[in-house]
Design a protein around this ligand. Structure first.
Ligand SMILES: [Zn+2]
Length: 318
């Protein structure tokens, strides 16, 4: 049992229930949103987020983990509003989402300074509220472990060691960055079973994924609905999940969509046109039935959708 901070108060890990481990209520280019606010419509964003969250609530989802952190436009009051309106258990994160660069503020200060800010989000509250982060997030993409990215990963590791909250990453399997993240976490003395290497499902290379799994972390099969250039088809994602479940790894996988209720990275509606199936309900409506059809058992679904979240937060070894 572990106490977990949601946007609307603390819960016990036994209360997590069906959990979508990686979904975004809203993603924005942070600096653009600050400088050109006329481009944005908070009310529209709010309605879209509420719609998606209520849709999965109807389908039995009890908890959503939202890894929207610095550089993804995290706005804790916006997130709180959605959580109150929907009465969904939503867990916020702290960390920095950058593939290569951090602002001069951090470039000219050390790792522990950054770690202290993450700890503040976890222990005191985010953006001068008393709403606390429940997990840590960092990212490594095709650019690899740049000096700035390394700083964020090490700061996340140190904040984890101080607070005990788990770590989620964005990784880029095509360049093997999940393994590089694990190298750094291990170097900082982090127990890999408290780490979720995100986006492993973007490759169907079992060889690569098994190398990651051998090190002991959880993995995210967490981008259902996204296809090229953000990963592969649902069919290939399913084949990988089925193969790994057969090898006994259902206790290490998370199924999610990395859905963004709104995202400003593309012109309006372009994301939905590129990825027509992408939604917060896709895994429950279409993927779970397909996986069951392909031989994944109810116990394995229970592990991927419920039990693994508890284990990731609690830190118990299996
Ligand atoms: Zn994401």
């Amino acid at each position: 049992m572990a106490k977990i901070q949601t946007l609307t108060g603390a819960i016990d890990s036994s209360e997590l229930g069906i959990t979508l481990i990686h979904e975004h209520l809203r993603v924005r280019s942070e600096s653009v949103a600050v400088q050109f606010p006329h481009l944005y419509d908070d009310e529209r964003d709010f309605q879209k987020a509420v719609e998606q969250v209520l849709a999965v609530k109807e389908r039995g989802v009890k908890t959503i983990c939202d890894p929207t952190v610095m550089e993804l436009g995290r706005d804790i009051r916006f997130m709180e509003r959605v959580a109150h309106k929907t009465e969904m258990q939503i867990i916020a994160a702290t960390g920095i989402y950058s593939y290569h660069y951090i602002p001069p503020h951090f470039q000219n200060r050390d790792i522990d300074y950054m770690a202290d800010l993450f700890v503040r989000d976890i222990e005191a509250g985010i953006q001068n509220t008393s709403i606390r982060a429940g997990f840590l997030k960092c990212a490594t993409d095709a650019q690899g472990v740049t000096p700035d990215v390394e700083k964020v990963i090490r700061a996340a590791a140190r904040a984890h060691k101080q607070t005990g909250v788990p770590i989620m990453t964005h990784s880029h399997p095509a360049s093997g960055t999940g393994l590089k993240q694990l190298d750094l976490f291990e170097d900082e003395g982090v127990d890999p079973s408290r780490v979720l290497i995100g986006h492993c499902g973007d490759t169907d290379s079992l060889e690569y994924i098994l190398k990651v799994l051998e090190r002991g972390p959880f993995i995210g099969m967490d981008r259902y609905g996204l296809t090229y250039p953000f990963g592969c088809s649902a069919e290939r994602r399913n084949d990988t999940v089925v193969a790994l479940a057969k090898r006994g790894y259902a206790n290490k996988m998370f199924l999610s969509q990395d859905y963004c209720c709104t995202i400003d990275w593309f012109p309006p509606e372009a994301a939905q046109a590129m990825f027509p199936k992408w939604s917060m309900s896709y895994v429950i409506d279409e993927i779970l039935p397909e996986l069951r059809e392909a031989g994944v058992t109810s116990e394995q679904v229970q592990e991927m959708m419920v039990d693994n979240a508890q284990r990731w937060f609690e830190g118990s070894r299996d």
